[in-house]
Design a protein around this ligand. Sequence first.
Ligand SMILES: C[S@@+](CC[C@H](N)C(=O)[O-])C[C@H]1O[C@@H](n2cnc3c(N)ncnc32)[C@H](O)[C@@H]1O
Length: 259
Amino acid sequence: MTKPPIGGNRTGRKLGQKVKKGKLKASSRRWIERHINDPYVQRAQLEGYRARAAFKLLEIDEKHKILSGAKRIIDLGAAPGSWSQIAAKVTNSTDAEPKVVAIDFLELDPLAGVHILQLDFLDPTAPEKLMTALGGTPDLVLSDMAAPTTGHRQTDHIRTMHLCEVAAYFAIDVLAEGGHFLAKTFQGGAERELLTLLKQNFKQVIHVKPAASRAESVEMFLLAKGFKGRKPGARSLYDSETEIDDRDMVDERDSVEAD
Ligand SMILES: C[S@@+](CC[C@H](N)C(=O)[O-])C[C@H]1O[C@@H](n2cnc3c(N)ncnc32)[C@H](O)[C@@H]1O
């Protein structure tokens, strides 16, 4: 059971630590203080995960059951690798027969059972390389990709939303029927066109904000469950305008944050 790590910690490190004023900029000091005092960071160290992000995936899975039964998983924007660690475990992936392929333009330390591609996902060769490395159809496409920040909020937003959109197209192109797609997005949610596309291709589309995602962060996740399969004539974003029906869109932001 994935519970938010409230209260005591078992790493032996005290919470509420301060970093001494010195040469560090105030913003850097605040970041370090937040990091060392973050119970999810401490719990990730304790449980052997490479990043606190592991708990975002585990919390989403606890509620929405997207990992169990997954036979092949693609992890987009995987560094440092905590989602891939989980993916390798649930698929019983081995180096001899990897069931998980991870991509990031940053270097990832080797991970048992994970085929790693160090490449920009937006590179035109990336989709084919991912699929060749996986050697079969994925039933789960994960994307925690976030564009490197420029400091300009709107630019950062647009660039990360673009990554989300490209990842969605990729998922629709490659997923097995019944498969799921989980992607990082930003508050304000995905563009209507993207939501429409996902709703046309998946049985359920949900915005989720797991407790492990910092409340002050604009980060959210878009979960599309139950891929309907590729059908001839399926619409895409480039098709002419479509009527939007948001009736079965569920927005869980409030309920999940309140957990
Ligand atoms: C929040 S981190 C992912 C953390 C990861 N889920 C984990 O559990 O360790 C986002 C990652 O997306 C990667 N990324 C952003 N844009 C990318 C792109 N165009 N192609 C590949 N990776 C990208 C970044 O390099 C970064 O490592």
